[in-house]
Write a protein that binds this ligand. Structure first.
Ligand SMILES: Nc1ncnc2c1ncn2[C@@H]1O[C@H](COP(=O)(O)OP(=O)(O)OP(=O)(O)O)[C@@H](O)[C@H]1O
Ligand SMILES: [Mg+2]
Length: 323
C-alpha cells in the first residue's frame, strides 16, 4: 500500500503540494482527479521518486520514498510501473523490443526462453499478439498504450501508476484501455493509481478517488459519494454543476437517487398525491461501475416547500434545498 502523509512540495516560490495526506490500499484502483495545475502529476512523480518532496512522508509498501537513497529508490521504482499520455515508445524498436526495454535497463536478458515467454504472454494479455514485430508508427493510439502497459508490467511491479493514460484517446478506446486496466487489477492483483482530469475515467474504474484542487485534497472517498452529492463548490464547479441556471423564483430542491428505490416513480407519485405542479429544472444519471446514481432538481412554489419535503422524507428520498 501507499501512504502519503502531509506531503509538501514547491517549485521556487510556487507551492504546488500543500500538505497532502491519504492512503491507497492494496489491490484497489485509486483515482487522483482535479483541474489542470492542481498538482496531480507532481504528486505521482513524488510517489515514484522522479521528483523529491520537501517535507512530509511517502511510504510505499512500508519503505519511505526518498531520492537520497538511490539503491532503495531503484528497488522501489522497480515495483512501480508507469504509463503516460504520450506512450513514450521508442520509434526505432518494434513492439517486442519496446516491452523488453525495462529488462535490458536492469541487465536482464530478454532473450532467455523464460523472458521470451513472459513478453509474449504480456502481449497476449494486452491483446497485441499479432503486432509483436510492428513498429510504433504502424499502431493506433490505443495499441500504443497497450504496448506501454505491457512494458510497464514486464518487471512484475506491484503498482501501476497512470498519468493521464487515456487523455489522448477517444471515448471508445478509453473504455477498452480502462477495461484492460481492470483486468490487470483483477487477474494480477496489481494496485493501480490513475491520475486524470476525466470524470468518466474515475466513474468507470476507480474504487476510491481523491479530489485535488490547488495542491490540497478537498475530498476523498468512493466516486459515487463524492460526485453524486458534491458539497464543495470547487467540486461542483469542476463538474460544471454551478446552479446559476436554476430559476430565481420559488424553491429549488435537489433529490438524490442511489441504489434502492431509485427506480420508483417518486416524482409523479408526489405530483398526484400532493396535487401540486412543479418544474423539473435539471437532472443527471450517472453510471458508477455497476450502479446507477442520479439527482434531479425540481422547482416548487414557496408555499409548497413544507409538504414536498415531508413527502420526500416519508419516501426516504435524500434531498437538499439549493440556496
Ligand atoms: N518542474 C517544474 N518546475 C516549475 N513548476 C512546475 C514544475 N512541474 C510542475 N510545475 C507547476 O506545478 C503546478 C502543478 O503541476 P502538475 O503538472 O502537477 O499539475 P497537474 O494537476 O498534473 O495538471 P495537468 O492536469 O495539466 O496535467 C503547475 O502550476 C505547474 O506549472
Ligand atoms: Mg498532469
Amino acid at each position: 500500500m501507499i501512504r502519503i502523509h502531509n506531503v509538501r512540495k514547491s517549485f521556487q516560490d510556487l507551492d504546488v503540494l500543500k500538505g497532502i495526506s491519504f492512503a491507497i490500499e492494496d489491490s484497489e484502483i485509486f483515482g487522483i482527479i482535479g483541474q489542470s495545475g492542481a498538482g496531480k502529476s507532481t504528486l505521482l512523480r513524488c510517489i515514484n521518486g522522479l521528483e523529491a518532496y520537501d517535507s512530509g512522508e511517502i511510504e510505499v509498501d512500508g519503505t519511505v520514498v526518498s531520492v537520497k537513497d538511490k539503491s532503495k529508490l531503484k528497488y522501489l521504482q522497480k515495483q512501480m510501473g508507469m504509463i503516460f499520455q504520450g506512450f513514450n515508445l521508442l520509434e526505432r524498436l518494434d513492439v517486442y523490443d519496446n516491452v523488453a526495454l525495462p529488462l535490458k535497463f536492469w541487465g536482464i536478458s530478454p532473450k532467455t526462453p523464460e523472458n521470451r515467454k513472459k513478453i509474449l504472454e504480456l502481449l497476449g494479455l494486452v491483446g497485441l499478439e499479432d503486432k509483436v514485430h510492428a513498429k510504433p508508427r504502424e499502431l493506433s493510439g490505443g495499441q500504443k498504450q497497450r504496448v506501454a502497459i505491457a512494458r510497464a508490467l514486464v518487471l512484475d511491479p506491484r503498482f501501476l501508476l497512470c498519468d493521464e493514460a487515456t487523455s489522448a484517446l477517444d471515448p471508445e478506446i478509453t473504455k477498452e484501455i480502462l477495461g484492460l486496466l481492470q483486468k490487470i487489477n483483477r487477474e494480477l492483483g496489481i494496485t493501480i493509481v490513475i491520475v486524470t482530469h476525466q470524470m468518466e475515467v474515475v466513474k468507470q474504474v476507480c474504487d476510491r478517488v481523491a479530489f485535488l484542487s490547488d495542491g490540497v485534497v478537498l475530498a476523498e472517498g468512493k466516486p459515487e459519494d463524492l460526485f453524486v452529492k458534491p458539497d464543495r463548490p470547487e467540486i461542483r464547479s469542476f463538474l460544471r454543476e454551478e446552479s446559476n441556471l436554476l430559476p430565481k423564483e420559488g424553491v429549488n430542491i435537489q433529490l438524490f437517487f442511489s441504489g434502492e428505490g431509485s427506480d420508483e416513480p417518486v416524482v409523479t407519485h408526489m405530483a398526484r398525491t400532493l396535487q401540486r405542479d412543479f418544474s423539473i429544472c435539471w437532472a443527471k444519471l450517472e453510471d458508477f461501475r455497476e450502479n446507477v446514481y442520479g439527482s434531479l432538481v425540481i422547482n416548487v412554489r414557496k408555499e409548497d416547500r413544507e409538504s414536498v419535503c415531508a413527502f420526500l422524507d416519508e419516501k426516504k428520498v435524500a434531498w437538499e434545498v439549493i440556496s
